[in-house]
Design a protein around this ligand. Structure first.
Ligand code: AMP
Length: 183
């Protein structure tokens, strides 16, 4: 977990590779559905373009499917999910029904000025349609209102919360993350 621009995708991918498990990214699943112009992708598009969250039941459906697809493996890294308390509750149900549980929640900490600088500075090949300054502001606002409370929710539900420093080079951040996970 972490605000937009915290590096969840980059760090999640490296961590998943390191652990030999798949990374399940709801943002990527949604962008793919959109690019393939599926019914679900069309439904998600308007929300994504505004910097708003796609409805919980849509995202939960995608995650349940992805978890089933990844079941033969030794777990997975979830990236950018859950983003609301309803999603956190839905995830608990999905995992419980499959005899699994969350090992830990990693929170990537990055100060706000650094986030805006990073997102608006993404070079052309990595920039996204939701990276314009106004949409970025909206995504940050949605994050504070909907996603930040999820961290507290996990703390209240005795889930191990790992707070990692999200500032530094990609390698430094990844090394710090692995150290925290090993300890
Ligand atoms: P991301 O790549 O994780 O930043 O996600 C890009 C966009 O996809 C977000 O701004 C949302 O519109 C949508 N999205 C991704 N994950 C979720 C989620 N867990 N819940 C709702 N919307 C999501």
């Amino acid at each position: 977990m972490g605000p937009p621009g915290a590096g969840k995708g980059t760090q999640g991918e490296l961590l998943a590779k390191h652990m030999g498990v798949p990374r399940l990214s709801t943002g990527e699943m949604l962008r793919e559905a959109r690019a393939n112009r599926t019914e679900l992708g069309r439904r998600a598009q308007a929300y994504m373009d505004q910097g708003d969250l796609v409805p919980d039941e849509v995202v939960l459906g995608l995650v349940a499917e992805a978890v089933d697809g990844a079941r033969s493996q030794e777990g997975f890294v979830l990236d950018g999910f859950p983003r609301t308390i309803a999603q956190a509750e839905g995830l608990s149900d999905i995992l419980e029904a499959r005899g699994a549980q969350i090992d830990g929640v990693i929170f990537l900490e990055v100060p706000e000025e650094e986030l805006v600088r990073r997102i608006t500075g993404r070079s052309a090949n990595e920039s996204r349609t939701d990276d314009d300054p106004e949409t970025v502001r909206r995504r940050l606002q949605v994050y504070r209102a909907e996603t930040e409370p999820v961290i507290r929710w996990y703390a209240d539900h005795d889930v191990r919360l790992i707070e990692a420093d999200g500032v530094g080079s990609i390698d430094e951040i990844q090394r710090g993350l692995r150290r925290l996970l090993d300890s």
